[in-house]
Design a binder for this molecule. Structure first.
Ligand SMILES: NC(=O)C1=CN([C@@H]2O[C@H](COP(=O)(O)OP(=O)(O)OC[C@H]3O[C@@H](n4cnc5c(N)ncnc54)[C@H](OP(=O)(O)O)[C@@H]3O)[C@@H](O)[C@H]2O)C=CC1
Ligand SMILES: O=C(CO)[C@H](O)[C@H](O)COP(=O)(O)O
Length: 512
């Protein structure tokens, strides 16, 4: 008989925003949760919130040291972690190991780097301890209500933990939990990392659309909120979580009746502290695995550039802020302007909707192509259909049309670990991208004229141009490389069937 994980008590180590929510969710599902956190205040905050939700207090216990925590658990001991990435996990593991036994299990729900996950899995396996790298998505609200859970481990461990994850995961419209056996080793954390990369591309596209409506079309926040609501309710952006929260953001007012959004400074700072790594890692992964992901990367660069506002102010001054007539002064500072010649606002908004959709879809495609490449390199043995299910509910990149109409059919019938399932080659995806291209081009053109900041939208336009072209300017680029570095080139018509290989030809452009 297959082993089962029959426990009624679990530990939550790290009781912050996510851990605190998941602890309550577990307790609500009849688990006793042993809470552990360096800060008693954090634990007490969970207990107060649980009391407000009428969760019986005897479903929790507080633990200040690992000995008492481990003594309180049944065998096998199950530890959920919701910790910052990096060294913290190593410290916690070192602290726990003396009290852990064969068959005990760690479910690491942080945004851990997949290589740390695999390193710890290697350490644990020698002691018979199971370590699941489980990406969790949906933010703290979903942690409380039901998040999307993306686990990676060996098959036996996944079979053991999935029933537990299924009880707390978000459910899609068919009642199916947003979790599944994603793959082996660090696959779960790898896919969660790429989820966050895709999230960056989608967030940037929507933020860029917001600025085009606000500054370019001089729309009010109420009007923009209505547009987001309509985008989310039908068509290609239907059921897109980030569009849905954008509607709320446009409508939310503070106690003085002012829009909260208008208080928010124009900078994304969280990548500066190093506390969040997924955005950086997903982009370094793309580059290291030779997968073009400009929608993700450009969105990330926008964050980085925005974060240091002081520098932007200085550069603005150096470029001549307030130095006069922008028509005469070639160093005039860019400033949001109204979009010119928009006679048919409804038609422009429709183009904008399609431009945002195209960018979100391109971000998804780029993310899937990174995962597919890593899967081949690292043998994650990813189950793509299960991964699609993980992203069907509860997560930040939930996008009903993209996942059910476009991607699910591909991954239900195709196993990319055996052959390529490049989504760009699938007719439903390519025809939607083609449909969106004309709108994207119009929006980017208008944005360039109006000095609107649209990095993710324009990077997506360039991506689609480049990916569909067989006449890139890289013949010239290659010639430059050969000129100064004797780096060799292929001649037009040389074999282009296989993987990129070094060229066979050199021209002595100038004798040494
Ligand atoms: N916030 C979000 O939307 C999401 C976050 N994540 C990931 O989930 C993880 C937790 O995030 P989040 O809840 O937002 O972060 P928080 O900072 O709110 O929570 C982290 C918790 O870990 C605790 N902690 C720190 N060091 C230790 C330690 N040595 N032993 C035990 N506990 C420790 C902190 O304690 P202390 O009380 O001292 O601060 C804190 O309570 C991160 O990896 C994050 O990237 C994943 C998805 C969404
Ligand atoms: O994991 C998450 C969502 O999925 C967390 O919200 C995370 O904090 C987002 O950070 P970033 O956008 O920098 O990846």
């Amino acid at each position: 008989m297959a082993p089962t994980l029959d426990v009624k008590k679990v530990a939550m180590i790290g009781c912050g925003s996510m851990g605190g929510g998941m602890a309550q969710l577990l307790a609500e599902n009849n688990y006793h949760v042993c809470l552990s956190d360096p800060s008693e205040d954090s634990i007490n905050a969970v207990l107060h919130a649980a009391e407000a939700s009428k969760i019986p207090s005897n479903r929790f216990s507080k633990h200040t040291d690992y000995k008492s925590l481990c003594a309180a658990l049944e065998r096998p001991k199950v530890f959920f972690w919701s910790l910052p990435h990096g060294g913290v996990g190593d410290t916690v593991l070192e602290g726990l190991l003396p009290f852990m036994e064969k068959e005990d299990m760690i479910v690491d729900c942080g945004n851990e780097h997949w290589e740390n996950t695999e390193r710890r899995q290697g350490k644990c396996v020698t002691k018979g301890i199971r370590y699941v790298g489980c990406g969790v998505s949906g933010g703290y609200q979903a942690a409380r209500r039901g998040p999307s859970m993306c686990p990676g481990a060996d098959d036996e461990t996944l079979a053991l933990v999935l029933p537990l994850l299924k009880t707390i995961a978000a459910r899609d419209s068919n009642g199916k939990p947003a979790t599944g056996a994603v793959g082996t080793g660090g696959a779960g954390h790898y896919c969660k990392m790429i989820h966050n990369g895709v999230e960056h591309g989608m967030m940037s596209a929507i933020a860029e659309a917001y600025t085009l409506m606000r500054d370019g079309l001089a729309m009010s926040l109420d009007e923009i909120g209505d547009v987001f609501e309509s985008w989310n309710s039908k068509g290609e952006l239907e059921g897109t979580f980030l569009i849905w929260i954008s509607r709320d953001i446009c409508r939310t007012k503070n106690e003085d009746g002012q829009f909260v959004l208008d208080e928010v400074e124009d900078k994304v700072v969280q990548d500066y502290t190093g506390e969040e790594g997924t955005g950086v890692w997903s982009n370094t992964e793309a580059v290291e695995r030779h997968v073009p992901a400009p929608t993700l990367t450009t969105a990330h660069y926008l964050r980085i550039a925005s974060g240091d506002r002081h520098q932007r102010e200085q550069v603005q001054k150096a470029f001549g802020a307030g130095s006069g007539d922008p028509n005469k002064d070639h160093m005039a500072v860019f400033a949001p302007q109204k979009l010119e010649d928009i006679t048919d606002r409804a038609a422009f908004l429709e183009d904008l909707r399609m431009a945002v959709f195209t960018t979100c879809l391109a971000a998804y495609c780029q993310g899937m192509l990174i995962i597919e490449k890593a899967d081949k390199d690292k043998h994650f043995n990813i189950n793509y259909a299960e991964l699609m299910q993980v992203w069907r509910a509860g997560c930040i990149i939930q996008a009903d049309y993209i996942s059910t109409k476009l991607l699910k059919p591909i991954y239900d019938y195709c196993d990319p670990s055996k052959s390529s399932s490049n989504p760009l080659l699938h007719s439903a995806v390519s025809s939607d991208l083609k449909r969106g291209l004309a709108s994207l081009k119009k929006v980017v053109l208008k944005s360039v004229e109006a000095d609107a900041v649209v990095p993710a939208l324009s990077a997506t336009l360039e991506y689609l141009k480049v990916m569909t072209s067989t006449a890139l300017p890289t013949n010239f680029y290659e010639a430059q490389l050969d000129y100064f570095g004797k780096h060799m080139y292929d001649k037009k018509g040389d074999d282009e069937q296989g993987l990129p290989t070094e060229g066979k030809w050199h021209w002595e452009w100038k004798a040494a």
